[in-house]
Ligand binder design. Structure first.
Ligand SMILES: [Zn+2]
Length: 277
């Protein structure tokens, strides 16, 4: 979305395929990247702002309104090309850091406009920050300072989603000031992540497998996995990553029903114990 506003061409995808970025306008000249003053009037950002404002004025809306933006490393890879940007983090880290700082400026402007339009929270997805993509050291040196600045400058709740095994950078993520972190199903030590987050007063969101379970399996499997997540003390039950197109609706419904069933059981047990004492 921000990438498009900064000049990337987008393949809108189909019902079976998610949209993708097809051109990288700053691949040849990354130092020329500047965030335009009319960013919020570009691309589909105005439409998103209007949609947020319509939804937030809907009195019947019973769920939190969460607006999505790309994170700084993803945005940098859209603008410069993924391979070129990853190479830059190794060979020219100062330039990579400079680009990340400009990208986070755009993220701050966009996030504040979505929050101002009525979003309850902004979720930032930054797949490239995954240890499987850029490596923990580059994340710490190049991306982490920008995420701290992001949270110092936005007025509202923020959530960070990073794909893959985020165990090695979770403590760094927790120092960035997000209200919640969203994790995938393949994190190595879930208890360590949840305990660390809770000590830091940060909520954990996740982590039902989007491909193996939500896309491929049946509602009963979703229900079982949902219960396992809730038993592990996940604060907000959700898919572990972006949903695949054509994920069966009944599987998503099963996730929500499992959450309700779990909460109901827990409170019934609590009432039973309260009455006993
Ligand atoms: Zn993910």
């Amino acid at each position: 979305m921000i990438g498009e506003a900064l000049g990337c061409q987008i393949d809108p995808g189909t019902k079976a395929r998610t949209p993708s970025v097809i051109t990288h306008p700053f691949e040849a000249n990354p130092e020329e990247l500047e965030i335009p003053t009319d960013l919020l009037e570009r691309g589909r950002i105005p439409v998103v702002m209007e949609a947020i404002s319509l939804l937030s004025n809907d009195q019947g809306l019973q769920v939190p309104l969460v607006a999505g933006i790309e994170g700084p490393a993803d945005l940098a890879s859209y603008l410069c090309g993924i391979r070129y940007f990853l190479k830059m983090t190794v060979k020219k880290p100062e330039i990579a850091k400079d680009i990340i700082e400009k990208c986070i400026d755009a993220c701050i402007i966009c996030a504040n406009s979505y929050l101002h339009s009525g979003a309850d929270a902004v979720v930032m997805a930054d797949a490239l920050s995954s240890p499987e993509m850029m490596g923990p050291d580059a994340f710490r040196k190049i991306v982490k300072p920008s995420l701290i600045r992001f949270n110092e400058n936005i007025r509202g709740h923020s959530i960070l989603h990073i794909c893959g095994e985020t165990d090695s950078i979770i403590l760094d993520i927790l120092e960035c000031g997000f209200s919640a972190v969203s994790i995938e199903e393949n994190v190595e030590d879930l208890k360590y992540i949840i305990d660390s987050a809770h000590r830091n007063n940060t909520a954990v969101i996740g982590k039902i497998s989007t491909v193996d379970t939500l896309y491929r399996k049946v509602p009963e499997d979703v229900r079982k996995e949902a219960f396992r997540c809730l038993d592990a003390n996940i604060d907000i039950l959700a898919p572990g990553c972006g949903l695949a197109p054509e994920t069966p609706l009944k599987n998503i419904q099963s996730m929500v029903e499992a959450r309700d069933e779990y909460v109901e059981k827990r409170f019934r047990f609590k009432r039973y114990n309260d009455n006993k004492n």
